[in-house]
Each structure stands twice: as structure tokens, then as C-alpha cells.
Ligand binder design. Structure first.
Ligand code: ADP
Ligand code: MG
Length: 245
């Protein structure tokens, strides 16, 4: 199976602070890879580098075999994301926002794509609403529609269900599962929700202090660490002091 994301020894320093300390991983076509780690472990910085928003201090990133730094424009067309730091323009209606992003990404059948996503994500009734006035569950579904507007091959999700109630969280997870079944895409999913990760991800990376401290299938990590579930593995790894700080 082809790797759509290849990350080779990337580092990111903010001044003296080493936020990401030389990590490598791949995400295959048709794979959801979970990115776990306590706050401050470097997940958002990693996603920022994959999006081309942050320049790695060193190391290389390839998306669909293209080197990111030399192919920014080509790559942006096949990638999209949800990030807690980038909100949709608040004053536009939902429909206006989806049109703006459709044009940015040069979507061909804009009307059909918006209709399709509106139906799947149940936002049809919100299209004329002002984006800034939506509830967090509504905003989240609209962000997901924006993230899928260009039929991305690579989807980067930075804690996409963090602020959602259990029911909407579950709706979003089911949606992602089904969307991924119908479209062979690569998803990198940063999340603190261990049930979500266990359900959606065939394999996970555990980050801590800017490094990958373990990786593998959720069930293998649970066995290896002698725990009952991924949450306990996460707690064990985040509390262990045997790494350099
Ligand atoms: P996570 O998403 O896993 O919570 P981040 O990637 O946001 O982690 O942060 C990793 C580390 O880098 C943290 O120590 C954080 O304080 C630091 N950091 C993040 N962004 C900046 C920035 N713009 N300037 C300086 N330090 C930053
Ligand atoms: Mg983060």
C-alpha cells in the first residue's frame, strides 16, 4: 500500500524550545493514524508542519511522493484539515464560507459538493445561518464540511471532537468511519479521546516531549504494556519519567 504521508526526521525549535525532536512516520493510503500525547507533546506543531504552516527546523515531509517544501501549491490541493486555531470567518453565512473555500481549492462542482456534504453532515438547515452564531456542535460539522470540500487525499484532524457532547462526537466518528470507507484517504487524527482512537485507528503514535515514545496497533500496545485499554497505556507512558526532558 502506498504512503501518502512520509515524515522523515522532522524537528521544530521555537527559539531554544525543541517542540518536535526528530520524528519519523508514514501514513498509508486508506489508513487513519492516531496521534496521541499529553498537552505540549508536539502534536499540533507536527500537524502545522504537515500543513506547511510551520517550517521544520530540519527534516523532510513528502505528501503523495512530492516534497512539501518544493510543491506547496500542488500539495495544498490534495490536503485539508481541522485545527482548533483556525476558525472559519465568523460573519459569513455557512453557505458563503463553503463557497469561499470551494473557490480557494478550485472545486469543480461546487453546488453538488456542498449539497452532498450538507446532507451527509446534516448542515442543510444551517446554510443561511451566520457562522459565528452556530453552536460548537454545528460549527464542528461545518468545519468538517470545509475540510472535505476539495475531496482531500490527506486529512489532518487536530482534536476534531474535543468540544463536542457525546452524541455529536459519536455522529462525527461514525461519519468519519463511513467517509473513510467510501474514499481511500489518509487521516492523521490527533485526539485525547482514547475510545475514539481505539475505534477509528488501526495504529497510533504516542508522543511525549516532542518524541515518539511508542507506536503500534492499539490492541498490541495494550498487551505490550500489560494494561486493559489504551487510556491506561497513555497514562503509563505520560507518567513515566525515564526519558530525557
Ligand atoms: P500539543 O498539540 O501536543 O499540545 P504543541 O505542538 O502545541 O503540543 O506544543 C509543543 C510544545 O511547543 C509546547 O511546549 C508548546 O508550549 C511549544 N509551542 C507551541 N507553539 C509555540 C510557539 N508558537 N512558540 C513557542 N513555543 C511553542
Ligand atoms: Mg495541540
Amino acid at each position: 500500500m502506498k504512503n501518502l504521508i512520509e515524515v522523515k526526521n522532522i524537528k521544530k525549535n521555537y527559539g531554544k524550545k525543541a517542540a518536535v525532536k526528530g520524528i519519523s512516520f508514514n501514513v498509508q493510503e486508506d489508513e487513519i493514524l492516531g496521534l496521541l500525547g499529553p498537552n505540549g507533546s508536539g502534536k499540533t506543531t507536527t500537524i502545522g508542519m504537515l500543513l506547511g504552516l510551520l517550517k521544520p527546523t530540519s527534516g523532510q515531509i513528502f505528501i503523495n511522493n512530492l516534497k512539501l517544501e518544493d510543491n506547496r501549491i500542488k500539495i495544498l490541493e490534495m490536503i485539508n484539515f481541522i485545527s482548533p486555531y483556525i476558525e472559519l470567518p465568523k460573519k459569513l453565512t455557512v453557505k458563503q464560507n463553503l463557497y469561499v473555500y470551494s473557490r480557494l481549492y478550485k472545486v469543480r462542482n461546487i453546488k453538488e459538493r456542498i449539497e452532498y456534504l450538507s446532507e451527509k453532515l446534516r448542515i442543510g438547515e444551517l446554510l443561511e445561518n451566520i457562522t459565528g452564531e452556530l453552536s460548537s456542535g454545528q460549527k464542528n460539522r461545518v468545519s468538517l464540511a470545509k475540510a472535505l470540500i476539495n475531496e482531500p487525499k490527506v486529512l489532518l484532524l487536530d482534536e476534531p471532537t474535543a468540544s463536542l457532547d457525546p452524541e455529536i462526537g459519536d455522529f462525527v466518528r461514525t461519519f468519519l468511519e463511513e467517509y473513510k470507507k467510501e474514499n481511500k484517504i489518509s487521516i492523521l487524527l490527533a485526539s485525547h479521546n482514547m475510545n475514539e482512537v481505539t475505534r477509528l485507528c488501526k495504529s497510533v503514535l504516542m508522543m511525549k516531549n516532542g518524541e515518539i515514545v511508542d507506536k503500534g496497533k492499539p490492541e498490541d500496545l495494550i498487551t505490550k504494556h500489560g494494561r486493559n485499554n489504551l487510556e491506561e497505556v497513555f497514562l503509563k507512558l505520560s507518567r513515566s519519567k525515564n526519558e530525557l526532558n
